[in-house]
Unconditional design. Structure first.
Length: 323
C-alpha cells in the first residue's frame, strides 16, 4: 500500500513539473521582453536560480542530517545530468544554436568553476592529505567565483539595455508575466519535491547505497525542474533560455548549493565517491564547451553522443549497485 501511494505521488509530482515548467518558460520569456533584456540573461538568473531551489533545499537538509555523500552527490550528479541528459535531449528535439557570447564567456566560466571544484576536493591526490575534504576556505573560493558570475550578469544587463531594440514584443504585461513565473516556480519546486521524496522512499525500500541514491534518484529528481523546463524551451525554440538555464543552474549548484552550507557550517569529508564521478563532471562540461566552440551549434547527432555517454555512466553505476 505504501509503495502504491509513493508511485501515485510520483505521478502527481510529474504533473506539477510539466505544467509548471510550461508557465515558467512563457513567463520568463515575457519578463525578458518587458524589461528589454535578453532571454539568455533571464535563463541565467530567474529560471536557473529558481529551478536550482530543490537542490539547495536538499543540500541544507543533507548537511544538517550529516549525509555529506548526498550533499556532494546531489551537486555532481545534477551537473552531469544537466549537461549530458538535458542538452542531449534538447538537441535531439531541436538543434541548439549557441551564441558567440556564451561560447566565449559563460561556458568557459562554468568550465573554470567545475575545474576549481575538482582541484579543491582532491586533497589526497594534489596535496598528499590523508582524506579528501571540501573545507570552509574551499567554499569561500567558490562563493568568490559566484561573485564574479554576478558581476558578469550585471554587465550583461547593462549591455542589454543598449540593445533594447533587438528584443521582441512581450507576450504578456509585466504583472501577468511575473505571475506566470511565480506559479511556474511553485509548480516545478513542488513537483520536484514530491518526485524526490517518493522516489527516495521507493529506492530505500528496494535497497540502494547512499552514493547511488545521491547520484541517481536525488540528482535526477532535483534536476527534474531543469529537465522539464529544458524540454519545454527546446520545443518552443528558446535556445538562449535553454542554455542560460543549464549554465546558470550548474554554476549555482557548485557555488551556492554546495558551497553555501559548507561556508556556514564547516568542512565535509565525502567518503564513497569515485574519481570517475569527478571525471564525468569535468568531462561533460568540457565536451559541451568543445562542441559549442566548433560550430556554435549542438546537433542531433551530438545530442545522441551525450545521451550515450550518460547511459554508459549510469549503467556502470547501476551495475555497481547491484554487484
Amino acid at each position: 500500500m505504501e509503495i502504491f501511494l509513493q508511485f501515485l505521488l510520483l505521478i502527481v509530482g510529474f504533473i506539477f513539473l510539466i505544467k509548471g515548467a510550461d508557465w515558467l518558460v512563457d513567463g520568463a520569456s515575457s519578463v525578458a521582453s518587458n524589461f528589454k533584456v535578453s532571454k539568455l540573461l533571464i535563463g541565467l538568473t530567474i529560471v536557473a536560480f529558481g529551478t536550482g531551489a530543490p537542490e539547495l533545499a536538499v543540500s541544507f537538509s543533507s548537511f544538517i542530517s550529516g549525509n555529506t555523500d548526498i550533499l556532494l552527490g546531489n551537486v555532481i550528479g545534477s551537473n552531469i545530468i544537466n549537461v549530458l541528459l538535458l542538452i542531449g535531449v534538447a538537441a535531439i528535439i531541436h538543434p541548439i544554436r549557441v551564441k558567440k557570447e556564451t561560447v566565449s564567456k559563460e561556458l568557459p566560466l562554468l568550465l573554470l568553476i567545475s575545474t576549481a571544484l575538482i582541484v579543491l576536493i582532491l586533497d589526497t591526490t594534489l596535496s598528499e592529505a590523508l582524506t579528501n575534504a571540501f573545507s570552509r576556505s574551499d567554499a569561500i573560493v567558490c562563493l568568490l567565483f559566484f561573485g564574479i558570475f554576478l558581476y558578469y550578469l550585471v554587465s550583461l544587463a547593462r549591455k542589454n539595455k543598449k540593445e533594447a531594440k533587438k528584443v521582441e514584443k512581450p507576450k504578456y504585461k509585466l504583472g501577468k508575466s511575473f505571475f506566470f513565473v511565480l506559479i511556474g516556480l511553485v509548480g516545478v519546486i513542488t513537483g520536484s519535491q514530491l518526485v524526490v521524496n517518493s522516489a527516495s522512499t521507493i529506492a530505500s525500500v528496494i535497497g540502494i547505497s547512499e552514493r547511488v541514491i545521491a547520484l541517481s534518484v536525488i540528482a535526477l529528481g532535483t534536476s527534474l525542474p531543469e529537465l522539464v523546463t529544458t524540454i519545454t524551451a527546446a520545443k518552443k525554440g528558446e535556445s538562449d533560455l535553454l542554455i542560460g538555464n543549464i549554465v546558470g543552474s550548474n554554476i549555482f549548484n557548485i557555488c551556492i548549493v554546495l558551497a553555501l552550507p559548507v561556508a556556514i557550517s564547516g568542512t565535509i569529508t565525502p567518503e564513497n565517491f569515485e574519481i570517475l564521478d569527478l571525471i564525468l563532471l569535468i568531462g561533460s562540461t568540457l565536451l559541451v564547451c568543445t562542441l559549442a566552440r566548433l560550430n556554435r551549434k549542438i546537433t542531433r547527432l551530438e545530442g545522441i553522443l551525450m545521451l550515450t555517454i550518460f547511459a554508459v555512466y549510469y549503467g556502470y553505476i547501476v551495475v555497481g549497485a547491484l554487484a
